[in-house]
Design a protein. Structure first.
Length: 136
């Protein structure tokens, strides 16, 4: 009986830990950013708009996929660069890094956070914050 209780406690602890660390796993749709008209930097504005209505997927097997509806040079380049890439999570920094072992997961990085029951991905190395809705 003690063994069963111990195993149940261990399972519950492991599950709740992975639940918190893996909250970003799934399929996310980027909510169009309505405040892009206030962005003066043309490149930042283009990057921000490239993500509008895009789909970002983090699968349990660490596969990563991004589908952008934009046909901008940035969007096409990002989709090409991230084909067949994986993600890894750095819990100390709360960062999701995308890439391969070869490039040390440096293609693109995200920070996942919630605010007022809404979900966001912040693009590392920029001030771009994407509001997202979980669709799967």
């Amino acid at each position: 009986m003690k063994k069963i209780l111990f195993l149940l406690m261990l399972f519950n602890f492991t599950f709740s830990q992975s639940n918190n660390e893996n909250a970003f796993i799934g399929k996310w749709q980027v909510v169009p950013n309505s405040n892009t008209k206030n962005i003066k930097n043309k490149e930042i504005k283009e990057i921000n708009q490239a993500f509008d209505n895009g789909i970002i997927e983090f699968e349990l097997n660490n596969s990563f996929k991004i589908t952008l509806k934009s046909k901008s040079e940035f969007a096409l380049m990002l989709m090409e660069m991230t084909k067949k890439n994986k993600w890894r999570y750095n819990s100390k920094k709360n960062q999701i890094m995308v890439g391969t072992d070869k490039d040390n997961y440096t293609i693109i990085g995200f920070e996942f956070f919630t605010k007022n029951n809404e979900y966001f991905f912040k693009l590392l190395e920029s001030e771009i914050i994407l509001k997202v809705l979980k669709i799967e």
